[in-house]
Design a protein around this ligand. Structure first.
Ligand SMILES: [Zn+2]
Length: 240
C-alpha cells in the first residue's frame, strides 16, 4: 500500500461494488441484498444444511468478485457483517448453546492464493469473527484445493465432478490449530461450521465436509452469503 495507491483511491470515482452505480461503495439497494433474513437450504449434495442471507444474484456475485479480485477492501465490513448474520443463524440451526465455534473457510487454489496473496473466504471469516466477539469464533484456514476450473456456468453434475476429491488439509495448520486425530481437542464440545461466499449445489461444501471427516471434524452446517437455487428445498426460515 504505497502513496500512489492512496492517491489513486482519492481520484478514482467510487462505484457501487454490486451494481456499478457511481459515488457510493455500496448503494442502498445492494446493501439491502446483504440484509436479508437468513435462510437454510438442504443442498443437492452433502448432508449438512447451508445458511445464507440472500439468494444468489448478479449484484452479490459482483460484490464478491470485486472484493476478492479487484481490491475492493472498502466492502469488507458489509460482506463480513452479512456473513456474521449467516453464522449466527447457522449456530441457531445447530442448537449451539455455548462452547467453542470453529469456522473452516472454503479453500482457494494455490494459483488463486498466489494471485491474490490471501484467501478471501478466510479474510471474510476473520472479519466476521471480529464483528461478533461474544461468539469467540475461531477461524481455521486448513482447507486447500488443487486447481480446478471455476464453477461459474457449470451445471449441477459438472460442478460435482469438478470438485470431487479436489480438496486436502494443510498439514502444518492441522497439527498446530487442530491437533492430531485422537488428541484431546476432539472431546471438546462446540460447533464447527463451513464458510463460503456462495453455495449453489453444495458440492464444494460437501467436499470440505468429506476431507474434514477424515480427521473426525464434522461441521454441523455451512454459512454463506448467497444461496443458489441448486438445493433441494429451503428449510426452517429464521426469525432473526
Ligand atoms: Zn448497487
Amino acid at each position: 500500500m504505497g502513496l500512489l495507491t492512496g492517491f489513486g483511491e482519492l481520484f478514482l470515482p467510487r462505484r457501487c461494488a454490486g451494481c456499478g452505480r457511481e459515488d457510493v461503495s455500496l448503494c442502498t439497494a445492494c446493501l439491502h441484498l446483504l440484509g436479508g433474513i437468513p435462510r437454510a437450504m438442504e443442498p443437492r449434495y452433502g448432508q449438512i444444511p447451508v445458511v445464507g442471507v440472500s439468494e444468489y444474484s448478479t449484484q452479490i456475485s459482483h460484490m464478491v468478485v470485486n472484493f476478492k479480485d479487484n481490491g475492493r477492501r472498502d466492502i469488507l465490513d458489509p460482506l463480513a457483517l452479512a456473513l456474521a448474520r449467516s453464522i449466527t443463524a447457522a449456530l441457531e440451526l445447530a442448537h449451539h448453546s455455548g462452547g467453542r465455534v470453529r469456522l473452516f473457510p472454503a479453500p482457494s487454489s494455490p494459483q488463486a492464493l498466489r494471485r491474490r496473496g490471501r484467501s478471501h473466504t478466510a479474510a471474510l471469516a476473520r472479519r466476521a469473527a471480529q464483528l461478533v466477539p461474544e461468539l469467540s469464533l475461531e477461524v481455521i484456514d486448513v482447507l486447500l484445493t488443487r486447481h480446478h476450473h471455476d464453477q461459474v456456468g457449470l451445471g449441477a453434475h459438472a460442478r460435482e465432478a469438478n470438485v470431487a476429491r479436489s480438496q486436502y488439509l494443510n498439514p502444518t495448520i492441522l497439527d498446530s490449530a487442530i491437533g492430531r486425530p485422537g488428541g484431546e481437542t476432539e472431546s471438546e464440545s462446540g460447533v464447527d461450521l463451513l464458510i463460503d461466499d456462495f453455495s449453489t449445489t453444495g458440492a464444494t461444501l460437501a467436499e470440505s465436509a468429506r476431507v474434514l471427516a477424515s480427521v473426525q471434524i464434522r461441521p454441523a452446517a455451512g454459512a454463506v452469503l448467497g444461496l443458489g437455487r441448486g438445493g433441494t428445498r429451503f428449510v426452517s426460515p429464521f426469525t432473526v
